[in-house]
Design a protein around this ligand. Sequence first.
Ligand code: ADE
Ligand code: ZN
Length: 333
Amino acid sequence: MTHFTDTVELNEFISGLPKAELHLHLEGSVQPEVWARLAGRNDPHLSVTPDDIREMLKYNSLSDFLFAFMALTSCFREPDDFRLAALECGRELARHNVVYAEIHTSAAAGLSIGIPPREIMDAVITGLNEARSEGGPEWGLIVDVIREMAVKDQGEIGLELAMEYRNRGVVAIGLGGNEAKIPTSEAAALFRAARDAGMHRTAHAGEAAGPESIRQALDIGAERIGHGVAAREDPELLCLLRDFRIPLEMCPSSNVCTGAVASMEEHPIADYLRQGLLVTLSTDDPPFFHTDMNTEYARVAEAFDLSPAEIIQLSKNAFDAAFGVIPKSGFRF
Ligand code: ADE
Ligand code: ZN
């Protein structure tokens, strides 16, 4: 470490920095203690401990992770579970000095767990507003469409929801799930309809598939890329991302846990930042990837010996890349 005397000084610098988080899944923000309570409540014969849940949070691939993500998400039974998840999510962000967050919710997937998606949206909005009234972050919602859950049907519902709630905090539609199984190009009609409706678009791409998936995302009209790790395999694409200032929502701990990169040290985030790409830093699904916002900044800063100016740049980039309107005054970088 050449820029800070020790990790204490680094951590203080990071926690004092106002941050914006652009890639965080609400369902992926729930802590093991809460999952254990929800699972036990749903099946009184089952005794589930937080340690049992922690055992589930180990994976070697994106598919394994998504399996755990979907299995745990099916523990939600009532809209109020979503309100509480959103309230806790906002409170946790505040603890990390995140002053603005764009939060993915897979509300359309509520159909498969028997909760009407609109009740989920209402509950999430209520929870995030409650958190904000306690000093939590300003927020925007991204309605996430999971590829595996039939892009076509869920996409329509997802876009309907996004449009219906755009005056209540929805800022974009997102495309999640496993790009290695269902190509990004399959969302072309969905993204075209979103663009025609004036709705912002972001897609997970270059996480479990190669640079062609990122190119497909741009071709179908994605304005931001979730992850984008694989861009380094295509130098022309890297130039394009830099020159057109396409924001990358990078989540290094997530990428290590799902095997998208072999280790934090091999992650391209610092190279991209130093090449002038519009790189932002997020947690994706924090307890699932054993991280949180301050930890994520600290891990990247330590692995790549980031200077204070580079750490600030990462944070500023997220404010610049936000879809929503952020009150930018009052933040001291
Ligand atoms: N949904 C939640 N987290 C995800 C990830 N990292 N990739 C794809 N879909 C997701
Ligand atoms: Zn994600």
